[in-house]
Ligand binder design. Structure first.
Ligand code: GLN
Ligand code: ZN
Length: 759
């Protein structure tokens, strides 16, 4: 029978126990021993859960107190010097200092940088290396966890982040080439593998997800060197794991490595199955990632079972492992906990636990087990039944998407004409000031929201609290002299959830938490059906806010790409089509805002960039439908209505054409942390429309000095036309406190006024 396993498991716990323990520890309420006990208990529960669900072997070292990439850095002693003194005295404190910074009477250490793990919503800590970097083996964590699993009776496979992926993800602080440190790194690696062999490990899983990216020759050569070295050196059997896409041009490279096993992603890239089978060297184990580790849907046996059969026919049982495409880190733990989902939705879901159970069923069925075959037959009926279930396919929504034409994405006139009409209408000064949308979410508001959710505060009382917050935000902005106002978004807890809850086709789980970074988790909504808007979503709030002021009030929406990107999306419709459905629903909202007298509407797309496919060749396809979706959302209004968008990042060089093609009248972007360097992308491209490069870094509680904002603005004025420049913060202000916000925005307005004088 094929061996059933998985590349990694969620860490956070069924009820986010790890989050609570970590945050308690950081506050000083949970001691080191207690934290480590909770972590050990979670590992043992998770192994038991995987085994009981049907796994033949479990993974070890996929658990982390913060992040597995940081663990990989520590494992080879790549601990930057500034953290080392603390690390030597108190390793756990040193570890958390790297992860999240540390500030007390004696120490002021900022955290290491954090960035997105490939195209997922998980963030890892970026390891630092330098030209003189030395490495040493610190195998204690992985060996300890391996021994724990073995002592508890599991067949256990340690998981390590591969040396090439590690170096590719690392940042060289001195600008040197991280890959040049490979020779120095390998002996440390050898030390870890030796320690694992001594502890009795047979297989070690070495994750090399960069094999699913476009690689240059130097990286490919590094792969050959590294794995040749490991092969001569190690006493363990190495399984190299690739995931998040197809091996594509790296297929031959992967096959040529002297390793005992290879894991491939057959969920994102089922089309590589034949090529992989044809190229797999004799005797090598194939770990086939047949089920999607990134999504939450029960699989369709009519697609998967034939693949499993083919794999088994070609490889026999001894060389075949059945697995999920990637670590289950990216899905919640157990769909069996969901009691409050509409209709049959809960029965269509497969979280970590269900995925392993599915693998077991496929393995048993392929072997001829009658019960498993029957279970899969039932599963097939269940999955097929989705199409006919209420709300999944809605003819009127499908018809609207089918009838989309290029006209929908077109504003009536080109930007220069619109700009003139809007200038006339709003009479704004040069360098107009505005904000990105949210204002501080106060304690009063949070308490009221919790009470409202718990049924302890009725709708009317809650609405009154929210209205007071809007009044306060509007009054403040008037007094501060801001030109384009916002209502402050106090009615929203989350920019996707707020809209998802009002749209048909979206559902929300009770416990579907996924780790975003450290102790931070998100609960992505599920798009299970055709998306439609039964009623206006924001019009009442925006109209109320507008009634409080004569200045223009900006309506505030989350864009279609972000609504898609931060959700679990149905697997029975192309993402582009789901995105078009959302765009049409939002288009109606934009038009309703316009009809209600809101002259400026902002459509936020902070997630546009993170939707980029991993392979360059697929970028244009994605950008085409993403830009189209934005344009459909914005395209229904008159020339006099000003459309804004917002993106909170600073890399635009490679997507500037697409951003320009969105044709928003105004875009606000993050710049203050990157010191306006990114503006070069806009300047070089001669980006024609309005731009608000953030002059105030809202990610820190510091109130920026007027001088800092003035110099950022002066820099912007060197590369942009004064008539296209807006003045605003980097992003929304909801995580900040009122006093700092008031001080910073007052200073920002003063800076804009002074700059106008000099124009
Ligand atoms: N309008 C949102 C806010 O101000 C934008 C948030 C974001 O860009 N992530 O909170
Ligand atoms: Zn933002």
């Amino acid at each position: 029978m094929p061996h059933v396993t998985y590349p990694g498991f969620p860490r956070i716990g069924r009820r986010r126990e790890l989050k609570r323990a970590l945050e308690g520890h950081w506050k000083g309420n949970i001691g080191t021993e207690e934290l480590l006990d909770i972590a050990r208990e979670l590992r043992s529960r998770h192994w038991a859960l995987a085994r009981d669900a049907g796994a033949d072997s479990v993974t070890v070292n996929d658990f982390s107190l913060y992040d597995h990439v940081l663990d990989a850095a520590v494992m080879v002693d790549a601990i930057p010097e500034r953290y080392r003194p603390l690390y030597e005295v108190d390793p756990l404190a040193g570890y958390f200092a790297m992860a999240r910074g540390r500030q007390d009477d004696h120490i002021d250490l900022p955290a290491l940088e954090m960035t997105k793990w490939f195209d997922t919503n998980y963030h890892y800590i970026v390891p630092e290396v330098s030209a003189g970097q030395t490495f040493a083996a610190r195998p204690d964590k992985v060996v300890r966890e391996y021994r724990e699993a073995v002592a508890a009776g599991y067949v256990a496979r340690p998981v390590l982040l591969g040396p090439i992926t590690f170096l590719c993800l690392a940042k060289a602080v001195d600008g040197s080439d991280p890959l040049a440190r490979l020779d120095a790194l390998l002996p440390a690696w050898g030390g870890v593998l030796d320690a694992l062999a001594d502890a009795g490990a047979e297989w070690v899983q070495v994750d090399e997800p960069v094999l699913a990216l476009d690689l240059d020759d130097a990286t490919r050569e590094a792969f050959r060197l590294a794995y040749a070295w490991i092969a001569t050196r190690s006493r363990v059997r190495v399984l190299v794991a690739t995931y998040f896409g197809s091996l594509d041009g790296n297929l031959e490279l992967a096959m040529s490595l002297p390793i005992a096993g290879l894991h491939v992603d057959l969920a994102r890239a089922p089309e590589q199955l034949d090529a992989v089978l044809d190229a797999l060297p004799a005797g090598r184990v194939l770990s086939a990632g047949v089920l999607d580790g990134r999504n939450i849907w029960l699989s369709d046996p009519s697609a998967i079972l034939p693949r499993v059969r083919k794999l088994r026919d070609r490889l026999g049982d001894g060389r075949l492992w059945l697995s999920t495409s990637c670590s289950l880190l990216h899905v919640p733990l157990d769909a069996g906990d969901e009691m409050r989902l509409p209709g049959n939705l809960a029965t269509w879901l497969s979280f970590a636990r269900q995925k392993i159970a599915e693998l077991r069923r496929y393995a048993d069925a392929a072997q001829g087990d009658e019960d498993a075959r029957e279970a899969l037959a039932r599963q097939r009926v269940l999955v097929a039944g989705r199409q006919a279930a209420p709300g999944v396919v809605r003819d009127e929504v499908r018809k609207r998407v089918r009838q989309l034409t290029a006209q929908f994405g077109r504003r009536r006139s080109a930007y220069p004409f619109r700009a003139a009409v809007q200038r006339e209408r709003f009479g704004l000064p040069d360098l107009p000031t505005t904000t990105i949308g949210s204002f501080p979410q106060t304690a009063t508001l949070r308490v009221a929201r919790a009470a409202h959710r718990a049924g302890k505060l009725d709708d009317e009382a809650y609405t009154a609290v929210v209205r007071d917050e809007v009044r306060r935000a509007v009054a403040f902005q008037e007094e501060a002299g801001i030109d384009v106002l916002v209502h402050g978004e106090p009615e929203r807890n989350d920019m996707v959830e707020y809209f998802g809850e009002q749209l048909d086709g979206y559902a929300f789980t009770s416990f579907g938490w996924v780790q975003s970074y450290g102790s931070r988790c998100v609960k992505p909504p599920i798009v299970y059906g055709d998306v439609a808007r039964p009623a206006p979503m924001t019009v009442a709030w925006s109209a109320f806010a507008q009634s409080l002021t004569k200045k223009p009030m900006k309506g505030m929406l989350t864009g279609p790409v972000t609504m898609l990107q931060w959700s679990f999306v149905r697997d029975d419709l192309p993402r582009a089509d789901v995105c078009r459905q959302i765009a049409l629903a939002l288009r109606d909202e934009v038009r309703d805002l316009e009809r209600a007298g809101i002259g400026i509407v902002q459509i936020d797309e902070p997630a546009l960039r993170e939707g980029l496919p991993l392979r360059r060749a697929e970028w244009n396809g994605y950008l085409a439908w993403a830009v189209e979706a934005f344009r459909i959302t914005a395209g229904g209004v008159s020339d006099a209505t000003q459309v804004h968008t917002h993106m909170c990042y600073s890399e635009f060089n490679d997507i500037i054409e697409a951003v320009a093609a969105m044709d928003a009248d105004v875009i606000s972007i993050e710049t203050s942390r990157s010191r306006m360097a990114l503006l070069d992308a806009f300047a070089r491209f001669r980006y024609p429309n309005g731009i608000g490069p953030g002059v105030y870094d809202i990610h820190s509680p510091r109130v920026p000095a007027e001088g800092e904002m003035a110099s950022l603005l002066a820099r912007a004025l060197q590369v942009l036309r004064p008539d296209q420049l807006w003045v605003n913060p980097d992003c929304g202000l909801k995580t900040r406190d009122w006093p700092e916000v008031a001080a910073a925005l007052t200073a920002m307005v003063a800076v804009a006024k002074a700059a106008r004088q000099r124009l």
